[in-house]
Design a protein around this ligand. Structure first.
Ligand code: ZN
Length: 238
């Protein structure tokens, strides 16, 4: 019953008042004074993002989708405590995606915290056309086969030709859509009933696109960020 009412959640209440924001971290300050203008610059510096406002400023077009709501019960001495565990995906359908989970006695609170965690877990994805049946060279798929794991779950993603679409289970499909991948085959092994673990395995697989290509984040070409400044500008100030 919760799934229905919470299924589509766009980022409309995500407005950041940049003027009022008082950054607590060095990275946050650099984002506020516009020394940093893209999230790739932060990834490139190898820094961890600790303030949600950084994500909201640099990736204003994130959408989120609630993937799983389950209730967890715990017996205490006097009563039974029920909590909701929520798994959420956030992404901009343009090379940035993250998974997050949270538990709370209130569904709304659990969703808000899961969204927060998903944002702080955002990773970049390198797109490409790695299908041997398709040599279009456009970034509609992934550049090569990748695998990722979490717990017992192993997910393998294989580039597919243009127009094929996403062949995957529902939650995996949603995650690939929010990452911006259009054509792909997905294969999973292990205990895939755990949607959270499955999505973390997908995240691990997507993350390896950058590890395997041995790219620097600034080498990634994004559809909307073609003219983002080079990261050297930041390093010299750091
Ligand atoms: Zn292609």
């Amino acid at each position: 019953m919760f799934k229905k009412s919470y299924k589509k959640n766009n980022n409309e209440n995500n407005f950041v008042d940049v003027e009022a924001w008082e950054p607590k971290t060095k990275i946050g300050k650099m984002v506020k004074d516009k020394t940093i203008t893209s999230i790739e610059q932060i990834f490139n510096m190898g820094k961890h993002i600790e303030e949600i406002e950084i994500i909201d400023v640099l990736l204003p077009n994130l959408k989120n989708e609630v993937i799983d709501i389950s209730s967890v019960q715990r017996m205490t001495k006097n009563n039974r405590k029920q909590k909701f565990k929520i798994t959420v995906i956030v992404g901009d359908s343009n090379g940035h995606v993250g998974v997050g989970a949270a538990k709370d006695v209130e569904v709304k609170k659990a969703i808000d915290n899961a969204i927060r965690n998903a944002k702080l877990n955002i990773i970049p994805v390198v797109m490409g056309c790695g299908s041997w049946q398709c040599t279009c060279g456009l970034p509609h798929s992934l550049p090569f086969n990748v695998s990722g794991k979490c717990g017992s779950v192993v997910v393998t993603l294989k580039p597919a030709p243009r127009g094929l679409g996403i062949v995957a289970s529902k939650p995996v499909k949603k995650m690939l859509e929010l990452a911006g991948v259009q054509d792909i085959w997905s294969f999973s092994k292990g205990r895939t009933r755990s949607k959270h673990n499955t999505l973390l395995a997908v995240q691990d697989a997507l993350e390896s696109t950058i590890r395997m290509k041995n790219l620097s984040y600034k080498d990634i070409e994004y559809k909307s960020e073609m003219n983002s400044p080079q990261v050297e500008d930041v390093k010299s100030d750091a």
